[in-house]
Design a protein around this ligand. Structure first.
Ligand code: V55
Ligand code: FE
Length: 482
């Protein structure tokens, strides 16, 4: 008999587990889907199979579910499957949870000692002819891009030494290379960071390790055509605390932020560290180099956004007191010192995305999400509590913004960008809209340049899609024949 899920923020209301594996052909569609949209949109959703082992847990621990929206000749089909990780398989066999606290193996049921804890629930990427489900605390798991069946762990044919692989890899649009890293690469709460590059065929070209200034939750990094950038924000781990059964992460406002920059083809011995007082960031919009000046664009906050991390840190702060802004940090590699220049680009928000071709180079347009209190009251959806209710297209050079707001009873999940084949066309954004009143979801397809005009097409789901984390679009011609 399976117990109820807790009534906490992470498991109730729109955040209630869904656990639906399905195949739905020909979703109901309103409006007109541009016929150049041919391909698959993969998204990762943490969706716990069983109620938490210790009574409560964070959204971030949920078993990885991958959904695939296939767009074909004006039709849209949906498939959802769990990633069959070792963790998932062990729990399914026991018909209950066996893994304890987020990223703390010392709190697990003794029967799963030594079993890989990876939930592979954060980002699906398509690279080197493989669909990989990623989560930052473990290695990749490969899935069949059509059936979504799990093929098994992926460690670059035994080549990868790092025990972990970030969910935020960076692909070079021109070379097809995949840049990535792993933190806690040498094991739990180690300062080891592995910097890795795979070629366009998915062969590991290099892996080089360095030590971060302290153990940090390095969720994302950035790469330019010339440099690799490793930001270290003070959400920190301690092995002692973990061994005592405590939280893996706390936020430490007394520690500085460090940003390590190296020539991307150089050595980690060339890393130069810049520094400034504490703050928090999870996702980077883009970065580029202009000679010896390196620019990094992202949402910078004065506090960690996750309630479970603030609680573990004994920081009690109302969400209204968490301040953030979209900023550009500029690092001058020609000058001396550790100083970082800061310029404000836009209002607070997260889930930044750009066109694939704009990655790593000077660019104009970013798309990100905001919570605008004028649109409606906060509604719980996703891991940080209040979901976003507005998508913004920002011209980073001028600050000019276009917005698409949801209605007061809806939130929005991360958008993906779909490139257009039409010259001069900015492409499309697609995203799941959470309808809190009906508990049914919709997918919107909008023109990226004119997102303020609203959806070209609305795809109706017959149930609620639990809040996903990240997704990616793969054009049909990049996938093998079905
Ligand atoms: C994030 C998500 C995670 C995780 C750590 O969005 C950070 C941030 C879904 O899992 O484990
Ligand atoms: Fe992320």
């Amino acid at each position: 008999m399976t117990d109820r899920f807790p009534a906490s923020m992470d498991f109730a209301g729109y955040n209630a587990p869904s656990r639906i594996e399905c195949d739905i052909y020909d979703l109901v569609l309103e409006g007109t889907l541009p016929d150049e949209i041919e391909g698959s949109w993969y998204r990762s959703v943490p969706d716990p199979q069983y109620p938490p082992f210790l009574g409560d847990d964070t959204f971030l621990s949920g078993d990885g579910m991958v959904s695939r929206f296939r767009f074909e000749h004006g039709h849209v089909d949906l498939r959802q499957r769990y990633v069959q990780t070792a963790r998932f398989t062990a729990e399914r066999a026991a018909r209950r949870s066996l893994f304890g606290r987020y990223r703390n193996p010392y709190t697990d049921d003794p029967s799963v000692r030594g079993v890989d804890r990876g939930a592979n629930n954060t980002t699906p990427i398509w690279h080197g002819g493989r669909l990989l489900a990623l989560k930052e605390d473990s290695r990749a798991v490969e899935l069949d891009p059509h059936t979504l069946e799990t093929r098994g762990p992926w460690d670059y044919q035994g080549q990868l030494r790092s025990q972990t692989m970030t969910a935020h890899t960076r692909a070079d649009f021109d070379t097809g290379e995949l840049y990535f890293f792993g933190y806690e690469a040498g094991g739990l709460a180690t300062r080891d960071v592995a910097y890795c590059v795979a070629d366009r065929n998915g062969r590991l070209l290099r892996e080089e390790w360095f030590e971060a200034p302290y153990v940090s939750m390095m969720h994302d990094f950035a790469v330019t055509k010339e440099h690799a950038i490793f930001p270290v924000f003070p959400t920190t781990a301690s092995l002692e605390r973990i061994k005592a059964g405590g939280p893996h992460w706390i936020y430490e406002p007394s520690k500085d932020i460090y940003v390590g920059i190296m020539p991307r083809n150089g050595s980690v011995r060339d890393l130069r560290w810049f520094r400034r007082p504490a703050g928090s960031a999870y996702h980077f919009l883009n970065a580029y180099s202009e000679g010896q000046r390196v620019h990094l664009d992202f949402g910078l906050a004065n506090m960690n956004p996750f309630p479970f991390i603030r609680e573990a840190s004994n920081i009690h702060m109302s969400p209204a007191d968490i301040k953030s802004q979209l900023v550009r940090w500029t690092f001058d590699l020609a000058g001396p010192g550790e100083n970082i220049e800061e310029q404000v680009l836009g209002p607070p928000g997260d889930l930044p995305r750009i066109a694939n071709r704009d990655h790593m180079r000077d660019y104009q347009i970013g798309y990100y999400q905001r919570f605008d209190p004028a649109v409606g009251p906060p509604l719980v959806a996703g891991p940080v509590g209040a979901g976003f209710n507005t998508i913004t297209r920002l011209q980073v050079k001028t600050g000019q913004m276009k917005n698409l707001a949801m209605d007061a009873r809806s939130t929005v999940q991360e958008h993906v960008h779909v490139a257009s084949r039409i010259a001069g066309h900015e492409g499309y954004l697609m995203f799941v809209v959470d309808r809190h009143d009906t508990a049914l979801s919709e997918v919107f397809v909008v023109e990226a340049e004119h997102l303020d005009r609203g959806p070209l097409a609305r795809i109706q789901l017959p149930f609620r899609l639990r809040c996903g984390v990240h997704g990616n679009w793969v054009p049909a011609e990049e996938l093998p024949a079905e």
